[in-house]
Design a protein around this ligand. Sequence first.
Ligand code: IPD
Ligand code: CA
Ligand code: CA
Length: 264
Amino acid sequence: MELQNITAATCEIAKEAGAFIRKERQNFNLSKVEQKGFNDLVSYVDKEAEKIIVARLGKLLPDAGFITEEGTESDRNQRYTWIVDPLDGTTNFVHGIPVFSVSIALAQENKVVAGVVYEVNLDECFSAFKGSGAYLNGQPIQVSKASQISESLIAHGFPYDDGGKMDEYLGFLRHLLGNSHGLRRLGSAAVDLCYVACGRAEAYLEYNLQSYDVAAGTIIVQEAGGKVSDFRGGDDYIFGGQILSSNGLIHEELREKLLTYFPI
Ligand code: IPD
Ligand code: CA
Ligand code: CA
């Protein structure tokens, strides 16, 4: 099957899972939440959404493996691997803040070749495959043209586990606060990336992330004309836990400044 058709079918699967998540949110309350680790929340909604997605994707490409947040087991040594976060933004979901998404990427030998992020409450489906350009609900999108941090809105996230680096990270954020249009902590890494892709933000950065948080969003940013790297500027941003993404034009300025604050 061609990537174009796979991506279109994946959008429908993400929307189906999104409809389930939206419906469950209506009667959701805090008693339904479990704690996976410090500040790491999960519920039956994450797990059921994952089952829906895995069942559908399994039919779409029967030989592909899976990396998923909620533990669907499978062989990772296949040529193709689905990288899935069934609900990105669980803390928002649990507290009723309407920014959460379904994130599905397809990797071929560890390189992402297609990505879909469905923002559940705005009914916005972001998608891209290798060489396609990036799309929001079928319309082409592009990164913004701002060329300096001083003209930029910068999305970021705080990790569940700061790994002892929070002071340095906060130092960099403090610098950005005084030198940009401001910071946004949306609460869904996948949505953060898509907002860079469609020009709502100029950049997004975070550390201590997992592959399923970022895989789909990275190809959407790249296909929209933006840049994605790890904090050093290298390519280890899917499995390496650090991501710096931007419209490309402010990437070097951001990266240089980040390195003056954040130890790597
Ligand atoms: C989280 C979100 C959040 C980010 C966290 C992620 P989850 O994913 O992407 O924005 O700051 O680091 O773990 O747990 O809601 O799927
Ligand atoms: Ca996530
Ligand atoms: Ca999740």
